[in-house]
Ligand binder design. Structure first.
Ligand SMILES: CCCCCCCCCCCCCC(=O)SCCNC(=O)CCNC(=O)[C@H](O)C(C)(C)COP(=O)(O)OP(=O)(O)OC[C@H]1O[C@@H](n2cnc3c(N)ncnc32)[C@H](O)[C@@H]1OP(=O)(O)O
Length: 222
């Protein structure tokens, strides 16, 4: 059972982590504009002719495609820089899927992030999609593990959906590592909307031995 006391959303005072602000290439700025468009197209209703805008976007997409490195090279970059977080689908500033959330780390290693999710993350009416809730947990638990010094791949993620998690309202996502036994790592998390508990999760992670290091070396060409 998840102990929600340490995951109290009103706790504060932490320092920001996993936040990369250096945007020399202008990629974060570009992705911010893509995110604005992404948010507006869900249920998209526009009081204008979309054809000319689509043509403009196609031109932009064509130019970016012509100038882009290959998928293989870009995948290598995500691992060779050691900078997984900028590409993460929850915290990554260069990943258009990411809201993105910024986490603070509290004195006891608990991670806390506040975010308002848009319509693009909606499942049931006015609620965040359950799969997105699970993704938020997988990432917050994984980052809590990383910052606690023992990290691994998710082998199970047990999510209890206790009340609806709202879209278009601030929610607080918390997570912390609770136990490590050899290669096995347990972490727990919670999502609140105000004082209301929306969901809790427990995950178990296993340090994958050489597997990920091998993949990382291969992808980074090292
Ligand atoms: C570069 C390196 C960085 C590190 C990674 C961070 C990257 C972060 C990137 C972001 C990623 C974000 C997150 C993601 O998206 S992670 C992506 C989603 N997860 C996966 O794809 C993982 C798939 N699974 C595997 O590849 C293997 O299972 C691994 C490699 C993890 C372990 O296979 P391995 O053959 O090595 O280990 P083992 O089978 O001997 O098991 C070990 C122990 O665990 C116990 N057990 C296993 N499963 C369960 C279970 N369901 N319930 C309870 N217990 C379970 C098992 O009984 C054993 O216990 P014991 O007998 O020893 O007592």
């Amino acid at each position: 059972m998840v102990e929600t006391g340490p995951l109290d959303p009103s706790r504060g005072g932490g320092g920001r982590i996993d936040r990369v602000d250096d945007d020399e290439a202008g990629l974060f700025a570009l992705v911010d504009q893509v995110r604005r468009i992404r948010a507006l197209t869900t249920g998209g209703l526009f009081d204008t002719d979309l054809d000319p805008l689509t043509a403009q976007l196609r031109e932009v997409a064509d130019r970016l495609e012509a100038a882009s490195a290959s998928t293989e090279r870009r995948q290598a970059v995500t691992w060779s820089t050691g900078d997984y977080v900028t590409n993460c689908p929850v915290v990554g500033r260069s990943n258009v899927l990411a809201p993105p959330i910024a986490f603070d780390i509290l004195d006891d290693g608990t991670l806390r992030g506040e975010v308002t999710l848009g319509l693009e993350y909606q499942g049931p009416p006015a609620c965040v999609h359950g799969g997105m809730v699970a993704l938020l947990f997988d990432v917050v638990l994984g980052r809590a593990n990383f910052h606690a010094g023992a990290t691994g791949m998710t082998v199970y993620l047990d999510v209890d959906y206790r009340s609806p998690t709202p879209v278009l309202e601030p929610i607080v996502v918390t997570g912390r590592q609770v136990r490590v036994e050899g290669r096995k790592i347990w972490a727990q998390g919670a999502i609140h909307a105000g004082d209301r508990l929306c969901a809790t999760a427990e995950g178990m992670f296993v340090e994958p031995g050489g597997l990920l290091l091998e993949n990382r070396r291969r992808l980074a060409g090292g």
